[in-house]
Design a protein around this ligand. Structure first.
Ligand code: SF4
Length: 328
């Protein structure tokens, strides 16, 4: 299986008024060709920081302190800034966000915005860029594309604006699209349409998707592979079937128990007690021990190592101590 992005030992820290803290800690994962890898976790887990670090778009107080990110044979962290801007961002790696209005320019027509990115990277004539922009709007399912291409973002519905964002992200046929909670602001019907669209386009355009979400129902719908993050660490990693059917980590089990089910009788959902500790208040030992129903003495003082069980990785003492304990 081809690997499109390889993240190796990536760590990120942030400087705040109360000190410097690690937001992402030594994480490793691969994004495979034509596959969707979901990064899942609660707010504060480090999932968005990870995606921004890959693109080197961290906020000013953020810094990559260790690690490498390979896009094929190109290493992105050490790449000169100019080369990154000209050759990678928008062209080989593109991004779509939760709220298109923050990414779309309100005073530019939709067509001009798509053409702008296209021409910046290819220098193609305006007529050709217009033709390709119209084509991509059709591909993302925009109705009446000849009319929409001349409209401004505020004249479009939320679902249509998200389709425009996807068109902008895919017009240069990037190898990778990073989607950060792209459907969270949409209603469930439009969300299902957008998820199906992303899945179809991924296969058609030979793109791989890194999908950031807190929603495990979305993960079940769209992901091939999953990493679960907690307090800046990858605590479980595997293919989507293993993650849901052979769940190992107590945190992932908690997230799955908290999923609203379509056939639910409206009864109370299970929840994980407490909250993700803030970046400057991470506990000793296993970061999850303050919320874990299976916490043992060792968990309070010693950080668990990664344990690989037939390609399914888990960071938890239950497995460090017992090897593969499927019933743990
Ligand atoms: Fe729970 Fe201990 Fe495993 Fe952490 S290491 S998840 S506290 S059992």
């Amino acid at each position: 299986m081809d690997t499109v992005i390889k993240v190796k030992n990536l760590s990120v820290e942030f400087k705040t008024e109360s000190g410097t803290f690690t937001a992402v800690e030594n994480i490793n994962f691969d994004l495979k060709r034509k596959k969707t890898l979901a990064i899942v976790g609660e707010s504060g887990s480090g999932k968005s920081v990870t995606s921004l670090a890959i693109m080197r778009l961290l906020a000013q107080n953020g810094r990559i302190t260790n690690g490498q990110v390979f896009l094929g044979d190109k290493e992105l962290i050490s790449m000169p800034e100019k080369k990154m801007q000209e050759e990678i961002l928008g062209k080989e790696i593109s991004m779509i966000f939760q709220e298109p209005m923050t990414a779309l320019n309100p005073i530019l027509r939709v067509g001009d915005q798509i053409m702008e990115g296209l021409r910046a990277h290819t220098k193609m004539p305006k007529e050709k860029a217009y033709e390709i922009s119209l084509e991509i709007l059709k591909k993302v399912g925009i109705s009446s594309p000849e009319k929409r291409i001349k409209q401004y973002p505020h004249q479009l519905s939320g679902g249509m604006r998200q389709r425009v964002m996807i068109a902008m992200a895919l017009v240069l046929k990037p190898k990778v699209m990073i989607a950060d909670e792209p459907t969270t602001a949409l209603d469930v019907t439009i969300e299902a349409q957008i998820l199906r669209l992303l899945d179809d386009l991924k296969k058609e355009l030979d793109t791989s998707i890194l999908f950031i979400t807190h929603d495990l129902n979305v993960v079940a719908d769209i992901a091939d592979d999953v990493i679960v993050m907690y307090c800046g660490q990858v605590i479980e990693k595997g293919n989507v079937v293993d993650i849901f059917e052979n769940t190992k980590h107590p945190y992932t089990k908690g997230l799955i128990s908290a999923m609203p089910k379509l056939d639910s009788d409206g009864g109370e959902l299970m929840t994980i007690p407490g909250n993700v500790p803030s970046i400057n208040k991470r506990p000793s030992g296993c970061y999850f021990h303050t919320r874990c129903s299976e916490c043992m003495d060792i968990c309070k003082t010693k950080a668990p190592e990664d344990t690989d069980i037939n390609g399914h990785m888990v960071k938890c003492h239950l497995y460090n101590m017992k090897g593969d304990n499927s019933n743990a």
